[in-house]
Design a protein around this ligand. Structure first.
Ligand code: EPU
Length: 419
């Protein structure tokens, strides 16, 4: 078990480079299974989830080599369509291999995927979508079998009851090589879904309506190899912006992409953070932090659920009362009891809402992280706490953030990692 040891109280300043987006690289890796040709992915983050997904893919027949922010990979032949390795339970994104295998070989058997314990993480919409694409689905407890053999129609029309991110990605992966077309309504519009679609179109797919809630896919016979640079990680960007604001420092964040940042910047601006956007870098500093009346997470272009945990830490240092509401996951807010133990004044109204009263002084504690995003929030809280904090299970944080210790240290934080 890895731990971070953090001595709080340093003002962070300097320049940090954000990495490629975790939730882009995972579907893009899965997409590489749709061709027997070579795929080169760039701006790749060095995170544990990538290693796990590649390990699973190597059993499927993928050969790969990793360079600096780059992966070259090729799957000349699918060796197995059975995904029952225990690694599947380590990350939610393993489910994306199901869509890719359906696209490439028309069959898959898989275990229910794992991932962070942040609430219910159903896959019923993935399964009903597969059926609407003409696959037959068999389910026994935590195992699923999907094969060709259902009723295929020339146009599959799928309406998603929830704009599920991996559900949308899975259905896209399963339908780009299908005979006929597919229309997905209420599709997820997150930047990582856009990334996947752009990469597939560069491979020869015909996907229309990218970035909108209606995606139309005209099936093609084959896809070819590609070189594709994935987008940068907005969650990491917001994390370092909040770190600058909390510690009263000024940070320049590099490798930002020219994607639409307004959906993530507006609540930060309202709370007193200033952004100076240059070409590919952004300078961040903060004035007096003030509470936000209400922050509700939503599907894109709403404020992302994955950024809520660090926003709660920000609210502990903002003057006034902030209502933070995440309706997407039932357990996202439970980590706030750890902030309370550090001295934060938070009322847990119900599993989806907390009231944060600020500003409050935080004190160093020994803490255990429950998931990636809560873990990073605890790191930020420890950076401003008086005294020393120890954050256990730091490997969970490293599933999704590259070089946490090196990046924060370069900004002046006192943080070390021990195994
Ligand atoms: N849902 C269903 N049925 C389904 C699919 C989803 O009821 O078939 C529900 C879920 O139970 C959940 C909600 O819909 O309550 C949203 O789930 P979604 O499917 O959109 O989430 P996901 O695809 O499993 C991705 C990200 C998450 C991020 C969510 C929401 C990846 C690999 N994961 O998960 O990222 O929180 O979208 O934006 O892309 C993280 O990076 O820390 C993380 C958890």
């Amino acid at each position: 078990m890895a731990k971070y040891i953090i001595e709080g109280g340093q003002k962070l300043s300097g320049k940090v480079r954000i990495s490629g987006n975790k939730n882009s690289i995972l579907p893009c890796l899965a997409a590489s299974l749709l061709t027997e040709e070579k795929v080169v992915l760039k701006n790749v983050p060095k995170i544990a989830d990538v290693d796990v997904l590649l390990e699973i893919m190597s059993e499927l027949g993928t050969g790969y080599s990793m360079g600096d922010q780059e992966i070259k990979l090729q799957t000349p032949k699918i060796e197995t369509h059975i995904l029952k390795n225990e690694l599947i339970r380590k990350l939610r994104a393993s489910i994306l291999l199901a869509g890719a295998l359906l696209g490439r070989v028309g069959k898959v058997e898989f275990l229910h995927p794992g991932g962070d314990v942040i609430g219910r993480r159903d896959i019923d919409l993935h399964l009903s979508g597969f059926e609407q694409l003409g696959f037959k689905v068999k389910k026994t407890d935590q195992e699923y079998g999907v094969t060709n053999g259902g009723t295929k129609s020339p146009v599959a029309k799928i309406f998603l009851e929830i704009a599920t991110v991996t559900g949308t990605e899975n259905l896209i992966l399963a339908s780009v090589l299908k005979n006929g077309s597919t229309v997905i309504r209420n599709a997820a519009q997150e930047p990582h879904v856009v990334d996947l679609c752009k990469m597939l179109n560069n491979m020869g797919a015909k996907i229309d309506g990218i970035g909108s809630s209606t995606i139309t896919i005209d099936g093609v016979k084959r896809l070819h190899g590609v070189e594709y640079a994935i987008c940068s990680d907005n969650i990491e960007l917001v994390t370092y912006a909040v770190a600058a604001a909390l510690t009263g420092g000024e940070i320049e964040i590099a490798n930002c992409q020219s994607v639409d940042l307004e959906p993530i910047f507006w609540p930060l601006r309202k709370m007193g953070i200033d952004f100076y956007v240059n070409d590919k870098s952004i300078k961040v500093s903060a004035r007096n932090l003030t509470a936000i009346n209400k922050l509700i997470t939503n599907v894109w272009p709403g404020f992302p659920t994955d950024m809520m945990s660090v926003m709660i830490v920000l609210a502990t240092q903002a003057r006034g009362v902030s209502l933070m509401h995440d309706w997407i996951y039932e357990s996202r807010m439970f980590f706030t009891d750890k902030l309370i133990s550090m001295g934060a004044n938070i009322t847990i109204a119900d599993p989806h809402r907390v009231l944060v009263y600020g500003p409050t002084k935080l004190y160093g504690r020994q803490l255990e992280t429950p998931d990636i995003r809560a873990g990073m929030a605890l790191v930020l809280a420890a950076l401003i706490a008086e005294g020393k904090s120890i954050i256990n299970r730091a490997e969970l944080i490293e599933r999704g953030y590259e070089d946490v210790v090196a990046k924060f240290s370069s900004l002046g934080a006192k943080i070390e990692r021990i195994d």
